[in-house]
Design a protein around this ligand. Structure first.
Ligand code: HAM
Length: 427
Protein backbone atom coordinates (compact mmCIF):
# COMPACT_ATOMS: atom_id res chain seq x y z
CA UNK A 1 0.00 0.00 0.00
CA UNK A 2 1.23 3.50 -0.83
CA UNK A 3 1.87 5.71 2.18
CA UNK A 4 2.18 8.98 0.32
CA UNK A 5 -0.57 11.43 -0.54
CA UNK A 6 -1.66 11.27 -4.21
CA UNK A 7 0.52 13.24 -6.64
CA UNK A 8 -0.34 16.93 -6.65
CA UNK A 9 -1.95 16.83 -3.20
CA UNK A 10 -0.50 17.47 0.24
CA UNK A 11 -1.28 17.32 3.95
CA UNK A 12 -1.43 20.35 6.16
CA UNK A 13 0.08 19.63 9.56
CA UNK A 14 -1.18 21.36 12.73
CA UNK A 15 1.37 24.22 12.70
CA UNK A 16 0.59 24.89 9.03
CA UNK A 17 -3.13 24.86 9.73
CA UNK A 18 -2.54 27.58 12.34
CA UNK A 19 -0.90 29.79 9.73
CA UNK A 20 -3.59 29.04 7.14
CA UNK A 21 -6.30 29.87 9.68
CA UNK A 22 -4.61 33.18 10.41
CA UNK A 23 -4.61 34.03 6.69
CA UNK A 24 -8.23 32.87 6.35
CA UNK A 25 -9.30 35.16 9.19
CA UNK A 26 -7.66 38.17 7.51
CA UNK A 27 -9.34 37.30 4.21
CA UNK A 28 -12.76 36.95 5.83
CA UNK A 29 -12.31 40.26 7.63
CA UNK A 30 -11.70 42.11 4.36
CA UNK A 31 -14.56 40.31 2.58
CA UNK A 32 -16.93 41.25 5.40
CA UNK A 33 -15.75 44.88 5.32
CA UNK A 34 -16.77 45.05 1.67
CA UNK A 35 -20.17 43.46 2.43
CA UNK A 36 -19.59 39.93 1.08
CA UNK A 37 -21.25 36.93 2.74
CA UNK A 38 -19.76 33.44 2.71
CA UNK A 39 -21.33 30.71 0.60
CA UNK A 40 -20.44 27.00 0.77
CA UNK A 41 -21.29 24.82 -2.21
CA UNK A 42 -20.64 21.07 -2.67
CA UNK A 43 -17.21 19.76 -3.60
CA UNK A 44 -18.76 17.99 -6.62
CA UNK A 45 -21.38 19.08 -9.11
CA UNK A 46 -23.08 17.69 -12.20
CA UNK A 47 -20.41 17.56 -14.92
CA UNK A 48 -22.67 19.48 -17.29
CA UNK A 49 -22.43 22.60 -15.12
CA UNK A 50 -18.73 22.94 -15.83
CA UNK A 51 -19.01 21.85 -19.47
CA UNK A 52 -21.57 24.55 -20.09
CA UNK A 53 -20.22 27.16 -17.72
CA UNK A 54 -16.47 27.01 -18.31
CA UNK A 55 -16.66 25.99 -21.99
CA UNK A 56 -16.17 22.71 -23.87
CA UNK A 57 -12.96 23.87 -25.60
CA UNK A 58 -11.13 25.12 -22.50
CA UNK A 59 -8.12 23.24 -21.11
CA UNK A 60 -9.98 22.66 -17.85
CA UNK A 61 -12.96 20.92 -19.44
CA UNK A 62 -10.99 19.16 -22.18
CA UNK A 63 -8.14 17.81 -20.08
CA UNK A 64 -8.20 18.60 -16.39
CA UNK A 65 -11.46 17.62 -14.74
CA UNK A 66 -11.83 14.79 -12.24
CA UNK A 67 -15.00 13.30 -13.64
CA UNK A 68 -16.62 10.04 -12.58
CA UNK A 69 -19.86 8.19 -12.91
CA UNK A 70 -21.61 7.59 -9.62
CA UNK A 71 -23.52 4.43 -8.72
CA UNK A 72 -26.70 5.96 -10.12
CA UNK A 73 -25.05 6.39 -13.52
CA UNK A 74 -24.78 10.20 -13.19
CA UNK A 75 -21.68 12.02 -14.34
CA UNK A 76 -20.24 14.12 -11.53
CA UNK A 77 -17.10 16.26 -11.38
CA UNK A 78 -14.96 17.50 -8.51
CA UNK A 79 -15.22 21.27 -8.79
CA UNK A 80 -12.27 22.73 -10.72
CA UNK A 81 -13.29 26.28 -9.78
CA UNK A 82 -15.92 28.16 -7.79
CA UNK A 83 -17.71 30.52 -10.17
CA UNK A 84 -19.98 28.03 -11.95
CA UNK A 85 -21.09 26.42 -8.63
CA UNK A 86 -21.86 29.83 -7.11
CA UNK A 87 -23.87 30.78 -10.18
CA UNK A 88 -25.72 27.44 -9.99
CA UNK A 89 -26.56 28.11 -6.35
CA UNK A 90 -27.58 31.71 -7.13
CA UNK A 91 -30.10 30.36 -9.64
CA UNK A 92 -31.27 27.41 -7.54
CA UNK A 93 -32.01 29.56 -4.49
CA UNK A 94 -33.39 32.45 -6.54
CA UNK A 95 -30.99 34.88 -4.92
CA UNK A 96 -31.66 37.16 -7.91
CA UNK A 97 -35.13 37.80 -6.44
CA UNK A 98 -33.60 39.54 -3.43
CA UNK A 99 -33.23 43.31 -3.50
CA UNK A 100 -30.01 44.82 -4.85
CA UNK A 101 -26.84 43.08 -5.91
CA UNK A 102 -25.61 39.80 -4.42
CA UNK A 103 -22.12 39.70 -2.96
CA UNK A 104 -20.79 36.22 -2.16
CA UNK A 105 -17.40 34.84 -1.22
CA UNK A 106 -16.06 31.30 -0.84
CA UNK A 107 -13.03 29.44 0.36
CA UNK A 108 -12.10 25.83 -0.21
CA UNK A 109 -10.43 23.07 -2.21
CA UNK A 110 -10.61 22.86 -6.02
CA UNK A 111 -9.44 20.01 -8.24
CA UNK A 112 -7.66 20.02 -11.59
CA UNK A 113 -5.67 17.18 -13.11
CA UNK A 114 -2.76 19.33 -14.24
CA UNK A 115 0.92 18.41 -14.32
CA UNK A 116 2.08 19.20 -10.77
CA UNK A 117 4.96 21.65 -10.37
CA UNK A 118 5.95 24.48 -8.04
CA UNK A 119 2.76 26.45 -7.35
CA UNK A 120 0.55 24.04 -9.27
CA UNK A 121 -1.35 21.25 -7.53
CA UNK A 122 -4.15 18.84 -8.33
CA UNK A 123 -6.00 19.63 -5.14
CA UNK A 124 -5.44 23.30 -4.40
CA UNK A 125 -7.34 25.91 -2.44
CA UNK A 126 -8.98 29.08 -3.61
CA UNK A 127 -10.71 31.96 -1.95
CA UNK A 128 -12.82 34.03 -4.24
CA UNK A 129 -15.87 36.21 -4.62
CA UNK A 130 -18.68 36.85 -7.04
CA UNK A 131 -20.65 40.09 -7.34
CA UNK A 132 -23.90 39.38 -9.18
CA UNK A 133 -26.49 41.79 -10.54
CA UNK A 134 -24.53 44.87 -11.61
CA UNK A 135 -23.29 45.59 -15.13
CA UNK A 136 -21.55 48.93 -14.48
CA UNK A 137 -17.75 49.25 -14.27
CA UNK A 138 -17.80 50.33 -10.62
CA UNK A 139 -18.54 46.68 -9.78
CA UNK A 140 -15.40 45.59 -11.67
CA UNK A 141 -13.44 48.28 -9.82
CA UNK A 142 -14.80 47.12 -6.45
CA UNK A 143 -13.72 43.55 -7.07
CA UNK A 144 -10.20 44.51 -8.17
CA UNK A 145 -9.81 47.05 -5.36
CA UNK A 146 -10.90 44.47 -2.81
CA UNK A 147 -8.29 41.99 -4.05
CA UNK A 148 -5.55 44.62 -3.88
CA UNK A 149 -6.68 45.78 -0.41
CA UNK A 150 -6.73 42.21 0.80
CA UNK A 151 -3.15 41.59 -0.26
CA UNK A 152 -2.18 44.93 1.29
CA UNK A 153 -3.84 43.90 4.57
CA UNK A 154 -1.57 40.85 4.53
CA UNK A 155 1.50 43.04 3.93
CA UNK A 156 1.84 42.58 0.16
CA UNK A 157 2.13 45.90 -1.61
CA UNK A 158 4.15 45.16 -4.73
CA UNK A 159 1.99 42.74 -6.71
CA UNK A 160 1.16 43.67 -10.31
CA UNK A 161 -2.41 44.01 -11.57
CA UNK A 162 -2.72 43.06 -15.25
CA UNK A 163 -5.90 44.25 -16.93
CA UNK A 164 -7.62 43.72 -20.27
CA UNK A 165 -11.02 43.81 -21.92
CA UNK A 166 -12.33 40.96 -24.05
CA UNK A 167 -15.34 42.99 -25.17
CA UNK A 168 -18.86 41.69 -25.74
CA UNK A 169 -20.12 38.99 -28.13
CA UNK A 170 -19.97 41.39 -31.10
CA UNK A 171 -16.40 42.49 -30.34
CA UNK A 172 -15.41 38.86 -29.99
CA UNK A 173 -17.08 37.97 -33.31
CA UNK A 174 -14.92 40.58 -35.06
CA UNK A 175 -11.81 39.40 -33.22
CA UNK A 176 -12.58 35.81 -34.15
CA UNK A 177 -12.61 36.76 -37.85
CA UNK A 178 -9.32 38.62 -37.36
CA UNK A 179 -7.72 35.57 -35.71
CA UNK A 180 -8.88 33.25 -38.48
CA UNK A 181 -7.42 35.56 -41.07
CA UNK A 182 -4.16 35.91 -39.06
CA UNK A 183 -3.70 32.14 -38.94
CA UNK A 184 -4.92 31.51 -42.50
CA UNK A 185 -1.38 30.95 -43.83
CA UNK A 186 0.14 29.25 -40.75
CA UNK A 187 -2.77 27.08 -39.62
CA UNK A 188 -1.14 23.83 -40.71
CA UNK A 189 1.96 24.49 -38.56
CA UNK A 190 -0.02 24.98 -35.34
CA UNK A 191 -0.19 22.04 -32.91
CA UNK A 192 -3.06 19.61 -33.39
CA UNK A 193 -5.02 20.94 -30.47
CA UNK A 194 -4.70 24.55 -31.74
CA UNK A 195 -5.86 23.52 -35.21
CA UNK A 196 -8.92 22.01 -33.64
CA UNK A 197 -9.48 25.06 -31.43
CA UNK A 198 -9.12 27.41 -34.36
CA UNK A 199 -12.19 25.77 -35.85
CA UNK A 200 -14.22 25.52 -32.68
CA UNK A 201 -13.16 28.55 -30.60
CA UNK A 202 -10.23 30.58 -32.00
CA UNK A 203 -9.75 32.66 -28.83
CA UNK A 204 -8.65 29.52 -26.97
CA UNK A 205 -5.60 29.24 -29.27
CA UNK A 206 -4.16 32.06 -27.16
CA UNK A 207 -4.02 29.70 -24.13
CA UNK A 208 -1.58 27.34 -25.88
CA UNK A 209 1.77 26.89 -24.12
CA UNK A 210 3.45 25.07 -27.02
CA UNK A 211 6.61 27.11 -27.87
CA UNK A 212 6.08 26.68 -31.62
CA UNK A 213 2.52 27.98 -31.41
CA UNK A 214 3.64 30.84 -29.17
CA UNK A 215 6.21 31.82 -31.78
CA UNK A 216 3.49 31.89 -34.45
CA UNK A 217 1.43 34.18 -32.20
CA UNK A 218 4.10 36.86 -31.89
CA UNK A 219 2.42 39.30 -34.27
CA UNK A 220 -1.13 38.39 -33.31
CA UNK A 221 -3.61 41.31 -33.55
CA UNK A 222 -4.61 42.86 -30.24
CA UNK A 223 -8.21 42.39 -29.12
CA UNK A 224 -8.22 46.05 -28.07
CA UNK A 225 -8.49 46.99 -31.76
CA UNK A 226 -11.82 45.14 -32.09
CA UNK A 227 -13.61 46.50 -29.03
CA UNK A 228 -16.85 48.45 -29.64
CA UNK A 229 -17.33 51.92 -28.18
CA UNK A 230 -19.59 50.71 -25.31
CA UNK A 231 -17.00 48.16 -24.17
CA UNK A 232 -14.20 50.70 -24.60
CA UNK A 233 -16.11 53.16 -22.42
CA UNK A 234 -16.68 50.50 -19.76
CA UNK A 235 -12.95 49.83 -19.71
CA UNK A 236 -12.01 53.54 -19.53
CA UNK A 237 -14.41 54.10 -16.64
CA UNK A 238 -13.01 51.10 -14.81
CA UNK A 239 -9.52 52.57 -15.20
CA UNK A 240 -10.79 55.91 -13.85
CA UNK A 241 -12.20 54.25 -10.73
CA UNK A 242 -8.95 52.37 -10.15
CA UNK A 243 -6.95 55.57 -10.61
CA UNK A 244 -9.20 57.33 -8.10
CA UNK A 245 -8.39 54.78 -5.36
CA UNK A 246 -4.72 54.52 -6.37
CA UNK A 247 -4.79 50.93 -7.55
CA UNK A 248 -1.92 50.59 -10.02
CA UNK A 249 -2.41 48.37 -13.06
CA UNK A 250 -0.88 47.52 -16.41
CA UNK A 251 -2.98 47.05 -19.51
CA UNK A 252 -2.06 43.69 -21.00
CA UNK A 253 -3.81 43.17 -24.33
CA UNK A 254 -2.65 39.54 -24.48
CA UNK A 255 -4.48 38.54 -21.34
CA UNK A 256 -7.44 36.33 -22.32
CA UNK A 257 -7.81 33.87 -19.37
CA UNK A 258 -8.75 30.22 -19.82
CA UNK A 259 -12.54 30.36 -19.40
CA UNK A 260 -15.23 30.96 -22.02
CA UNK A 261 -17.53 32.77 -19.63
CA UNK A 262 -15.67 36.08 -19.59
CA UNK A 263 -17.01 39.25 -21.20
CA UNK A 264 -15.37 42.69 -21.05
CA UNK A 265 -13.00 42.94 -18.08
CA UNK A 266 -10.40 40.28 -17.29
CA UNK A 267 -7.53 40.67 -14.84
CA UNK A 268 -4.76 38.83 -13.06
CA UNK A 269 -2.61 39.74 -10.09
CA UNK A 270 0.96 38.62 -10.49
CA UNK A 271 3.92 37.94 -8.23
CA UNK A 272 6.88 37.77 -10.66
CA UNK A 273 9.00 36.04 -7.98
CA UNK A 274 6.83 32.91 -8.19
CA UNK A 275 8.33 31.87 -11.53
CA UNK A 276 6.22 30.04 -14.10
CA UNK A 277 3.05 29.97 -11.97
CA UNK A 278 3.07 33.66 -11.15
CA UNK A 279 -0.67 34.44 -10.98
CA UNK A 280 -1.87 34.69 -7.40
CA UNK A 281 -5.29 35.86 -8.51
CA UNK A 282 -7.45 35.83 -11.63
CA UNK A 283 -10.89 37.12 -12.42
CA UNK A 284 -13.19 39.06 -14.64
CA UNK A 285 -16.71 39.87 -15.75
CA UNK A 286 -19.17 37.24 -16.97
CA UNK A 287 -22.38 38.88 -18.13
CA UNK A 288 -23.85 35.83 -19.88
CA UNK A 289 -23.02 32.98 -17.52
CA UNK A 290 -26.13 33.14 -15.30
CA UNK A 291 -28.38 33.03 -18.35
CA UNK A 292 -26.34 30.27 -19.97
CA UNK A 293 -26.76 28.22 -16.81
CA UNK A 294 -30.56 28.63 -16.92
CA UNK A 295 -31.11 31.77 -14.81
CA UNK A 296 -32.48 35.19 -15.71
CA UNK A 297 -30.06 37.55 -17.51
CA UNK A 298 -27.78 38.73 -14.67
CA UNK A 299 -24.35 40.29 -15.05
CA UNK A 300 -21.54 39.16 -12.77
CA UNK A 301 -17.92 39.85 -11.94
CA UNK A 302 -15.51 38.14 -9.56
CA UNK A 303 -12.09 36.69 -8.88
CA UNK A 304 -10.39 33.75 -7.25
CA UNK A 305 -6.99 33.60 -5.62
CA UNK A 306 -4.80 30.55 -5.04
CA UNK A 307 -4.16 29.98 -1.35
CA UNK A 308 -0.91 28.07 -1.88
CA UNK A 309 0.55 30.77 -4.14
CA UNK A 310 -0.49 33.45 -1.68
CA UNK A 311 1.17 31.54 1.18
CA UNK A 312 4.40 31.15 -0.83
CA UNK A 313 4.32 34.86 -1.62
CA UNK A 314 3.84 35.75 2.05
CA UNK A 315 6.70 33.43 2.99
CA UNK A 316 9.02 34.85 0.30
CA UNK A 317 8.35 38.37 1.54
CA UNK A 318 8.69 37.51 5.21
CA UNK A 319 5.06 38.29 6.01
CA UNK A 320 4.01 35.01 7.57
CA UNK A 321 3.38 35.06 11.30
CA UNK A 322 5.19 32.63 13.55
CA UNK A 323 2.53 30.31 14.87
CA UNK A 324 3.10 27.29 17.08
CA UNK A 325 1.00 24.99 19.16
CA UNK A 326 2.40 25.63 22.62
CA UNK A 327 0.47 24.77 25.77
CA UNK A 328 0.22 27.46 28.43
CA UNK A 329 0.76 24.90 31.16
CA UNK A 330 2.40 21.50 31.46
CA UNK A 331 1.26 19.39 34.38
CA UNK A 332 3.93 17.15 35.91
CA UNK A 333 2.78 14.28 38.14
CA UNK A 334 5.55 12.35 39.89
CA UNK A 335 3.79 9.31 41.34
CA UNK A 336 0.92 6.98 40.41
CA UNK A 337 -0.56 7.63 43.87
CA UNK A 338 -1.81 11.06 42.83
CA UNK A 339 -2.07 10.50 39.09
CA UNK A 340 -5.88 10.37 39.25
CA UNK A 341 -6.10 13.62 41.21
CA UNK A 342 -3.54 15.15 38.81
CA UNK A 343 -5.68 14.11 35.85
CA UNK A 344 -8.63 15.79 37.58
CA UNK A 345 -6.70 19.03 38.09
CA UNK A 346 -5.53 19.07 34.45
CA UNK A 347 -9.11 18.58 33.27
CA UNK A 348 -10.38 21.36 35.54
CA UNK A 349 -7.84 23.73 33.96
CA UNK A 350 -8.78 22.66 30.43
CA UNK A 351 -12.47 23.10 31.20
CA UNK A 352 -11.69 26.65 32.29
CA UNK A 353 -10.04 27.37 28.95
CA UNK A 354 -6.40 27.12 30.07
CA UNK A 355 -4.35 25.26 27.44
CA UNK A 356 -2.94 22.41 29.51
CA UNK A 357 -0.75 19.50 28.46
CA UNK A 358 -0.75 16.50 30.75
CA UNK A 359 1.68 13.59 30.58
CA UNK A 360 -0.38 10.44 30.09
CA UNK A 361 2.22 8.37 31.97
CA UNK A 362 4.09 8.98 35.22
CA UNK A 363 7.76 9.64 34.37
CA UNK A 364 10.76 11.14 36.14
CA UNK A 365 10.82 14.88 36.90
CA UNK A 366 13.75 15.33 34.50
CA UNK A 367 11.95 13.62 31.62
CA UNK A 368 8.73 15.56 32.17
CA UNK A 369 10.50 18.92 32.51
CA UNK A 370 12.31 18.18 29.25
CA UNK A 371 8.98 17.56 27.51
CA UNK A 372 7.49 20.74 28.98
CA UNK A 373 10.48 22.67 27.70
CA UNK A 374 10.28 21.08 24.25
CA UNK A 375 6.60 21.94 23.96
CA UNK A 376 7.37 25.53 24.94
CA UNK A 377 4.95 25.62 27.91
CA UNK A 378 4.96 28.93 29.77
CA UNK A 379 4.42 27.28 33.17
CA UNK A 380 4.74 23.86 34.73
CA UNK A 381 2.62 22.62 37.60
CA UNK A 382 4.46 19.98 39.61
CA UNK A 383 2.77 17.51 41.94
CA UNK A 384 5.36 15.61 43.99
CA UNK A 385 5.30 13.88 47.40
CA UNK A 386 5.65 17.03 49.48
CA UNK A 387 3.11 18.97 47.45
CA UNK A 388 0.65 16.07 47.71
CA UNK A 389 0.97 15.85 51.47
CA UNK A 390 0.40 19.61 51.85
CA UNK A 391 -2.46 19.70 49.38
CA UNK A 392 -0.46 22.04 47.15
CA UNK A 393 1.24 22.18 43.78
CA UNK A 394 4.46 23.89 42.68
CA UNK A 395 4.01 26.50 39.97
CA UNK A 396 7.18 27.13 37.99
CA UNK A 397 7.65 29.91 35.44
CA UNK A 398 9.54 28.25 32.59
CA UNK A 399 10.98 31.52 31.26
CA UNK A 400 11.85 33.24 34.56
CA UNK A 401 13.16 31.98 37.88
CA UNK A 402 9.89 32.29 39.76
CA UNK A 403 8.65 29.20 41.61
CA UNK A 404 5.81 29.28 44.13
CA UNK A 405 3.66 26.86 46.07
CA UNK A 406 -0.09 27.18 45.44
CA UNK A 407 -3.03 25.68 47.33
CA UNK A 408 -4.71 23.06 45.15
CA UNK A 409 -8.07 24.93 44.98
CA UNK A 410 -6.42 28.21 44.02
CA UNK A 411 -4.44 26.82 41.08
CA UNK A 412 -6.82 28.04 38.30
CA UNK A 413 -7.10 31.52 39.83
CA UNK A 414 -3.35 32.04 40.38
CA UNK A 415 -2.50 30.55 37.02
CA UNK A 416 -4.88 32.88 35.22
CA UNK A 417 -3.29 35.84 36.99
CA UNK A 418 0.23 34.71 36.09
CA UNK A 419 -0.77 34.07 32.47
CA UNK A 420 -2.39 37.51 32.21
CA UNK A 421 0.84 39.13 33.44
CA UNK A 422 2.79 37.26 30.78
CA UNK A 423 0.42 38.08 27.92
CA UNK A 424 1.77 40.71 25.51
CA UNK A 425 0.03 44.09 25.68
CA UNK A 426 -2.77 44.24 23.13
CA UNK A 427 -1.90 46.87 20.49
P1 HAM B 1 -8.22 30.74 -12.27
O1 HAM B 1 -7.31 31.74 -12.90
O2 HAM B 1 -8.33 29.43 -12.95
O3 HAM B 1 -9.64 31.44 -12.14
O4 HAM B 1 -7.79 30.46 -10.79
C1 HAM B 1 -7.59 31.50 -9.88
C2 HAM B 1 -6.30 31.30 -9.11
O5 HAM B 1 -6.28 30.00 -8.54
C3 HAM B 1 -5.05 31.35 -9.96
O6 HAM B 1 -4.64 32.68 -10.19
C4 HAM B 1 -4.07 30.59 -9.08
O7 HAM B 1 -3.57 31.46 -8.07
C5 HAM B 1 -4.95 29.54 -8.45
N1 HAM B 1 -4.81 28.25 -9.15
C6 HAM B 1 -5.42 27.85 -10.28
N2 HAM B 1 -5.06 26.60 -10.60
C7 HAM B 1 -4.18 26.18 -9.67
C8 HAM B 1 -3.44 24.96 -9.43
N3 HAM B 1 -3.55 23.91 -10.23
N4 HAM B 1 -2.64 24.91 -8.34
C9 HAM B 1 -2.52 25.97 -7.49
N5 HAM B 1 -3.20 27.12 -7.67
C10 HAM B 1 -4.02 27.24 -8.73
C11 HAM B 1 -10.75 30.84 -11.64
O8 HAM B 1 -10.76 29.79 -11.06
C12 HAM B 1 -12.02 31.67 -11.84
N6 HAM B 1 -13.15 30.92 -11.28
C13 HAM B 1 -11.86 33.01 -11.17
C14 HAM B 1 -13.08 33.88 -11.27
C15 HAM B 1 -13.98 34.08 -10.27
N7 HAM B 1 -13.48 34.57 -12.31
C16 HAM B 1 -14.58 35.20 -12.00
N8 HAM B 1 -14.92 34.89 -10.79
Amino acid sequence: MKTTAPRGTFDLLPEEVLVWSWVEESIKRVFHTYGYGEIRTPIFEHTELFQRGIGETTDIVEKEMYTMTDKGGRSITLRPEGTAPVVRSFIEHKLFARAGVTRLFYLGPMFRQERPQAGRFRQFHQFGLELLGEEGPMADAEVITLAVDLYKELGLTDLEVHLNSLGCAECRGRYRTALLSYFSQTKATLCESCQDRLERNPLRVLDCKNPKCRELMKEIPSIQNYICSDCAQHFTQLCNYLDEVKVNYEIDSRLVRGFDYYTKTVFEIINQDLGAQSAVCGGGRYDRLVQECGGPPTPGVGFASGFERLLTTLEQKGKLPNRSLTPQVYLVVLDKKYATAGYGLGTTLRRQGIETAVSLKVKSLKAQMKTADKLGASFTLIIGEEEWENHQVTLRDMRGSKQIRVEWERVPEILRKELAEKAPDPK
